[in-house]
Design a protein around this ligand. Structure first.
Ligand code: NAD
Length: 266
C-alpha cells in the first residue's frame, strides 16, 4: 500500500515518515512540504528523506493509495478537495477545524472515505469509551472537567482530544456539547452552573499530550487520565488507520467518515 504524507516536515510529519519507512506493510510514495520549504527532512532518529518530497500535493495524490494529513486546518481543506478530485482515501489528524470546515469534511465523506481522529493512540480510544460509560453512570451530579496540557508550539485550544473527550461526556449524558461546554473562566464568574462540561488548557515545554477527565462529586472524585510521552504512538496509529482505510476502499469503494473506534472495532 503506497502512503503519501502531507506536511512531512512537521513534528507529526517526521514521525510518520519514520513509521511508514519502517513498516513492512506500507510503501512511502513521498511527502509534501509547505511552499518554499526545504524538501530535505530529517527524522528524530537521524534518517534523512528527500526523494519524492516537494510542494506538489496533486502529484502525491496521483501516485498514492492513501494520504495522511497532519498540517493545519487551511492546508487540510485544500488536501480534502484534492482527495475528492483524485478519489483517494484520506486520514485526517489535523485538529482545530471550525464548524464550517468540519461541515466540508462531513460533505466530502459522501464521496471518499475519510478517517478523522483527534488522537490516534490506542489509550485515548479506550479512554473515550470509558469516559462515556462513567458519564452515563454518574450523571450530571458529578461535575465534569477536562484538563489538557501540550507543548508550547500547539496553536489550537482546547486540544482536539479534549473536545473529543468532552463529546464523550456529553454523549454519555445525552446532551449537546456545544450547549453545555464552558471554556473560559476569568474574574467574578459565580458558582459553577450545574451540568456544564468544563475545559482547562495548559501549554508549555515539550509535553506531547496529557489529558485528564475529572468527575467531581460530593465527597469523592473520579479521575481518568492519559499521558502520551512519545508522538510516535500517534504516527503508528495513523499508519495502521491508513492501511485499514485503503484496504476497505479497495475492497468495496464505499465512502464514509470513520474514526479510531471503527479501526479498532471498539
Ligand atoms: P507542526 O507545525 O510541527 O507541523 C505542521 C506541518 O505542516 C509544518 O511542517 C507545516 O510547514 C506543514 N504545512 C502547512 N501547510 C502545508 C501545506 N499546504 N503543504 C504541506 N505542508 C504544509 O504541527 P504538528 O505538531 O505536527 O501537528 C500538526 C497537526 O496535527 C495539528 O493540528 C495538531 O493538533 C495535530 N495533531 C494531531 C494528533 C492526532 O493524534 N490526531 C497528534 C499530534 C498532533
Amino acid at each position: 500500500m503506497k502512503i503519501g504524507i502531507l506536511g512531512c516536515a512537521g513534528r507529526m510529519g517526521r514521525a510518520l515518515l519514520a513509521e511508514v519507512d519502517g513498516s513492512s506493510r506500507a510503501l512511502l510514495s513521498g511527502g509534501t512540504v509547505r511552499p518554499g520549504a526545504s524538501p530535505l527532512v530529517h527524522t528524530a532518529d537521524g534518517r534523512s528523506f528527500a526523494d519524492s518530497i516537494d510542494e506538489d500535493a496533486a502529484a502525491l495524490f496521483a501516485r498514492s493509495d492513501v494520504l495522511i494529513d497532519f498540517t493545519s486546518p487551511k492546508a487540510s481543506l485544500d488536501h480534502l478537495a484534492l482527495a475528492c478530485s483524485h478519489e483517494k482515501p484520506l486520514v485526517l489528524g489535523t485538529t482545530g477545524f471550525t464548524a464550517d470546515q468540519q461541515a466540508d469534511i462531513d460533505d466530502a465523506a459522501r464521496t471518499i472515505p475519510i478517517l478523522q481522529a483527534a488522537n490516534f493512540s490506542l489509550g485515548i480510544s479506550l479512554l473515550s469509551s470509558l469516559v462515556r460509560q462513567a458519564a452515563r453512570a454518574l450523571g450530571p451530579e458529578f461535575d465534569a472537567e477536562i484538563l489538557e496540557m501540550h507543548h508550547r508550539h500547539k496553536v489550537d485550544a482546547p486540544s482536539g482530544t479534549a473536545l473529543a473527550l468532552g463529546r464523550a461526556v456529553a454523549m454519555g449524558r445525552g446532551v449537546d456539547l456545544d450547549e453545555m461546554s464552558e471554556k473560559l473562566r476569568d474574574g467574578q464568574i459565580g458558582p459553577r452552573v450545574p451540568g456544564r462540561i468544563g475545559f482547562a488548557t495548559l501549554r508549555g515545554g515539550d509535553v506531547v499530550g496529557e489529558h485528564q477527565v475529572i468527575f467531581a462529586g460530593m465527597g469523592e472524585r473520579l479521575v481518568l487520565s492519559h499521558l502520551a510521552s512519545d508522538r510516535q504512538i500517534f504516527a503508528r496509529g495513523a499508519v495502521h488507520a491508513a492501511l485499514w482505510l485503503a484496504t476497505r476502499w479497495q475492497e468495496d469503494q464505499t465512502p464514509g467518515l470513520f474514526d479510531m473506534a471503527d479501526v479498532l472495532g471498539l
